[in-house]
Every structure is written in C-alpha cells, then in structure tokens.
Design a protein around this ligand. Structure first.
Ligand SMILES: CC(C)(COP(=O)(O)OP(=O)(O)OC[C@H]1O[C@@H](n2cnc3c(N)ncnc32)[C@H](O)[C@@H]1OP(=O)(O)O)[C@@H](O)C(=O)NCCC(=O)NCCS
Length: 332
C-alpha cells in the first residue's frame, strides 16, 4: 500500500478539513454507534488559542481509496506542561487493522519529538469496559494506562421535585450560590484563577506527574470571556464571611452537538469541603442549564473510577455509566 501523510491547515482548507473530520466521526461511530459524539471544525480551531495550544493536523491518503483513510492532530501546550502533548488519531473503519494507525502514530510521535515534546498523554473511550480497539492499539504501541475514568450520562429534563429533594441548600449566612451564563463576571476572575489552579492538581490525575497550571485572571478571561462558538454556564459558591469564591462547576455546550451538555470541571477548595458544596453548585448549574437550554437532552461527565465521592454524587443526581475512558502516557 502507498500511504501519503500530509499536513493540513484546518483554518484554511475547508474541503480537506471536513474530510479529515469525517474520518474522526466515522471511527467514532464505529466505536459508539448512535451514541457517538460529534464535533466541528469551528470549535476545534477556536479552542486552541484560548487553551494555549498549538495543534497540527495530518491526513493520510492511499492510492485508489475513496477519501482519506486516517486523520490525526498533535496538541502541544505552550503555557504549562509544555513537554506533555496530546494526540487525536483515527482510522476509517474500512481501513483498520492494516497498520495505517501505527504508521500515522509513528509519524505524529516524531512530529512531537521534533516540536520539543518528551511525552504524550491522551485518552481513549469505549462503551465497553474491556477489549476495545484503542486499548489493544495503545498497549501494542507501548502506552501505559495512567487512569480509568467512568463516563456517566444524565437524561434531561430532571424534574424540579427531584432537584429540590437533592439540593443540600447550604446555610445562607455561610455560603451563597451564584450562576453566570455564557461568560464570567469580571469580579469573579481573580478567585476563579485560584480555583482553576487548584483544579489542575486536586482532581485525580492517576499515574502521571503533571505540573500545577499557571492560572491568572487574564487566562480565565481568555478561556471564558472571549467570543467563542462554545456556550458555557457556571455556578459558584461564595463564602459569605470572606466574600471569596470557594467552589465552582461548569458545563459547556458545543455547536457540533447542541443537544449534549458536557460537564467540565467541578472543585471545592479543600478548606471548604464536607459541606455538600459540590452538590449544591451542581444542582444550581443543572437547574440553570435546563432553564437556559431546554434543547439539551443529555449531560455527560467523566470521573476517575477511584473518585468514588464524585461518582456517588452523580449517581444520586441520576447519572448512569455509559462508557469507560482510559488515559494513556508514553515517554517519547
Ligand atoms: C485505535 C485505532 C486508531 C487503530 O487503528 P488501526 O489502523 O486499525 O491500527 P493498526 O492496524 O496499526 O493496529 C496495530 C495493532 O493494534 C492492535 N489493535 C488494533 N485494533 C485492535 C482491535 N480492534 N482489537 C485489539 N487490538 C487491536 C493490534 O495489536 C494491531 O496489530 P495486529 O492487527 O497485527 O493484531 C482505530 O481502531 C481507531 O481509529 N479507533 C477509533 C479512534 C481511537 O480510539 N483512537 C485512539 C485514541 S486518540
């Protein structure tokens, strides 16, 4: 077989970009069937700058094949953990098990080495706990598993009586819950930077050392308050005696799949744990999501299987396990 690997610019080349994305979508459908996630070129291009990432995209063609046979993107971080790259790689279902994935992987690993990275840290997911293609592929290519996440889905709407029954309603003299839709108030940004910094080290990362992320108000502003096709909603807990934000949770809705809300980060500062603030902000955010985006039918979240507390909170809210996500690492 004659394979050709070509770098493409997603922001410029529309037709090739859509064909590249369709490879990822087809591979995803092959794994997940009707439950496969979808994304869009607009959001892929949009996130890179706001997350301080440099992304390079590659397409693989083969003589005689109808369209590209594989697609990949390398993801290099420029603000922190700069040596640790991400990688997104898919092979057209009709062309799997022919060594194409392995060839493209070797190519991307070399690209990342040349770009100064010394490690890849990425994830793969499947609706089964064991025996999926990506797990076999990762093992045979010397990736080690660093974490197992459970994927949990919540069908919407959840009725108000169920939310009220679950809502821990913190003492209003101690904590108040506030919500912001599609952007954060300027007055939150300093506190949110501290919460994001803690988030980068407090959530279980498994068997890998990652540096604390360097968050300040400007970085929060760039991620949450610059125009973007991605819609977000956030709820926070404010500690009344000090006026500081001590917990947050956010949900995003992407244009590629507007009926799916993705639960992003949730954190309660260590010194304020044990007061059900995690549940309180999540319930507030869910209520607000249902009010603002009645078109959303599912909320999806991922948590380390060892994060039993968070998984149990989600189960109480009605989330059910719909998949398993493995995180992988390899030193280059
Ligand atoms: C994982 C994936 C990229 C593999 O692509 P591929 O071109 O089929 O991979 P290769 O042909 O190079 O396979 C190399 C080896 O990986 C392992 N492997 C690949 N698919 C496997 C499967 N379905 N079950 C078990 N092992 C598998 C095998 O050891 C295989 O060698 P063999 O065929 O000689 O037995 C492809 O299945 C895919 O696109 N999956 C969906 C997207 C994804 O999960 N990407 C990875 C995370 S970013």
């Amino acid at each position: 077989m004659t394979l050709q690997i070509k770098e493409i610019d997603l922001a410029v080349d529309d037709l090739t970009s859509e064909a590249w994305l369709e490879v990822h979508h087809a591979a995803n459908r092959h794994v997940w069937g009707g439950a496969a996630e979808r994304t869009s070129i607009a959001e892929i291009v949009d996130v890179a700058e706001r997350r301080h990432e440099v992304r390079r995209s590659f397409v693989v063609t083969e003589e005689g094949a109808d369209g590209p046979v594989a697609a990949a993107q390398t993801i290099r971080r420029t603000r922190d953990n700069v040596g640790t790259a991400g990688l997104w790689l898919s092979v057209q279902p009709d062309h799997q098990r022919r060594g194409i994935g392995s060839s493209l992987l070797v190519h991307c690993e070399q690209v990342l080495r040349d770009d100064g990275c010394d490690r890849i840290h990425e994830h793969s997911g499947a609706p089964v706990e064991n025996g999926d293609a990506a797990t076999g592929f990762a093992h045979v290519n010397d990736y080690r598993q660093t974490l197992l996440d459970l994927r949990q889905d919540l069908a919407l709407p959840v009725d108000e009586a169920a939310l009220t029954a679950l809502d821990p309603r913190p003492d209003p003299a101690a904590y108040v819950i506030e919500t912001s839709v599609d952007g954060l108030p300027e007055a939150w940004l300093e506190d949110r930077a501290l919460l994001a910094r803690r988030m980068s080290t407090d959530a279980p990362s498994g068997d890998i050392d990652l540096d604390e992320e360097d968050w300040d108000a400007e970085r929060v502003r760039l991620l949450w308050n610059t125009p973007s096709p991605i819609w977000g909603i956030e709820s926070v807990a404010r500690h009344v005696p000090t006026g500081r934000l001590v917990a947050f949770t956010d949900i995003v809705v992407r244009p590629g799949q507007p009926d799916l809300a993705v639960q992003s980060d949730t954190l309660v500062l260590r010194e304020h744990r044990g007061r059900a603030l995690g549940l309180a902000v999540k319930i507030a955010n869910l209520r607000a999501l249902q009010r603002e985006r009645p078109d959303v039918t599912t909320v999806r979240t991922w948590n380390a299987d060892t994060n039993t507390h968070m998984v149990a909170i989600n189960e109480r809210m009605g989330f059910v396990v719909t998949g398993w996500t493995r995180e992988w690492a390899k030193d280059l």
